[in-house]
Design a protein around this ligand. Structure first.
Ligand code: SF4
Length: 414
């Protein structure tokens, strides 16, 4: 009998992914609150093994909320933020004892995240996993999308299930999400322009999409895509973006202080805290140094280390963004925010990552592939994954009127 299969769309790097388990330098069993899906919890409730039963009683909690719908079940991490089922050898006790099928959906699937978009299962990996980050970021062709087949009974953690024909999207940009995603993909992949310029151009486009939504004209999105595609291929029109004069000083004085205020108190990971401290030290961001002096350090590091490294490895941040937009169904926002808000999240992530890479290169007096992976992976796990942190940063920018495209351009463009 032939095994039933289903089609999956995924970036090519996923084909070669294998968890490196005990050899992993930043295991997913450390630093996350792990939720358990109701189906797995039903299995756990009738567990007979007295050792496992006791562990469950001590470590699994139901978090009650005011609406029963939002109740959830979680594994309480230890004081040092480890999963209590993680052994000394950095292996999962439950998996060793009962097999992979016994794990919750997220534990069995991590780092893969699924979305069902217009009936098609899309799968990619979060770069919070170091091994996935290496595969996704260090190969030029890693983000080529391929169609593969998997057995029908493969367990997946499905984050989003979205159909653009759904009635609720009739007056929303999500009605044209297929076209918006395709357009985003083509802009971010087009290496004729510097990645900074591609990000700024995408912002100009998303601002227009937002405007169309406000005047109830989302059906003009396909035309808007056509006109922006023509603009993008016209190098003279793109000069409005490519020749914008830049300086790191306004970025450091306007963007960095709110970013530090929001991010620093939220950091729970030592690994990321070390990266963040090196970044600030690298650009000499001290109370006693002026923004002009910090800007000078930044500029020197940018020219001496960051820029030559990125000339050779420009695909690293490009792949980061492509993976980001694929996994998040960008510019869709699960929380119902506008497409421009989704864009702000993307741009702020990009700006923060760039600044940290520049700062760390100043600290280490070099930028290497290993450092780039460590910064991107630890940032993804400690900040990008924790939606409230970036949401609060965007609110802080909004309150100070720093969320316009003109400001974002200053924050992302070197
Ligand atoms: S983070 Fe990735 S490589 Fe490390 S243990 Fe988890 S799935 Fe495996």
């Amino acid at each position: 009998m032939t095994e039933a299969k289903r089609k999956v769309l995924s970036p090519s790097y996923l084909k070669t992914f294998n968890c490196i388990a005990s050899a992993c330098e930043n295991s997913c069993c450390i630093g996350f609150n792990i939720r358990i899906d109701p189906e797995t919890f039903s299995k756990y409730k009738v567990e007979n093994d007295p050792v496992i039963r006791k562990l469950f009683e001590e470590n699994i909690y139901i978090i009650r909320s005011s609406t029963a719908k939002q109740d959830y079940i979680t594994i309480n991490p230890t004081k040092d933020y480890r999963c209590p089922f993680l052994t000394e050898e950095k292996l999962c006790f439950l998996q060793c004892r009962k097999g992979e099928q016994y794990l919750s959906e997220i534990c069995a699937s991590f780092p893969c995240i699924g979305n069902i978009f217009n009936g098609v299962l899309e799968k990619s990996a979060t770069l919070a996993c170091p091994e996935a980050a290496r595969l996704a970021l260090l190969q030029t062709e890693a983000m080529d999308l391929i169609e593969v087949e998997e057995p029908d009974d493969t367990r997946n953690f499905v984050y989003n299930l979205l159909n653009t024909e759904d009635e609720i999207f009739q007056n929303k940009p999500a009605k044209h999400l297929s076209e918006l995603r395709e357009f985003t993909w083509s802009i971010l992949k087009d290496r004729r322009y510097h990645l900074d310029d591609r990000v700024v151009f995408l912002g100009a486009f998303m601002e227009e999409v937002d405007r169309l939504e406000k005047v109830s004209a989302v059906d003009r999105i396909p035309d808007l895509i056509l006109s922006y595609t023509a603009l993008f291929t016209d190098a003279s029109a793109m000069k409005d973006i490519t020749t914008i004069p830049v300086s790191p000083v306004p970025r450091i004085s306007l963007f960095l202080p709110p970013a530090i205020r929001v991010i620093l108190p939220s950091i729970e990971s030592d690994r990321y805290l070390r990266c963040f401290s090196k970044f600030l030290e690298g650009i000499r961001f001290y109370a006693s140094t002026s923004y002009t002096q910090v800007g000078k350090c930044y500029e020197e590091a940018y020219q001496r280390y960051y820029s030559p490294f990125m000339r050779e490895h420009d695909y690293i941040l490009e792949n980061y963004l492509l993976n980001y937009v694929f996994i998040k169904l960008f510019p869709y926002d699960l929380n119902g925010n506008s497409v421009y808000y989704s864009y702000l999240l993307l741009a702020v992530n990009y700006a923060l990552l760039k600044m940290q890479l520049v700062g760390i290169s100043a600290y280490q007096q070099e930028l290497t592939v290993d450092t780039a992976i460590m910064v991107i992976q630890s940032y993804t796990k400690a900040v990008e994954h924790k939606y409230p942190i970036l949401h609060n940063l965007i609110q802080a920018l909004k309150q100070n009127h720093l969320d316009s495209l003109a400001h974002i351009t200053v924050f992302v463009k070197d």
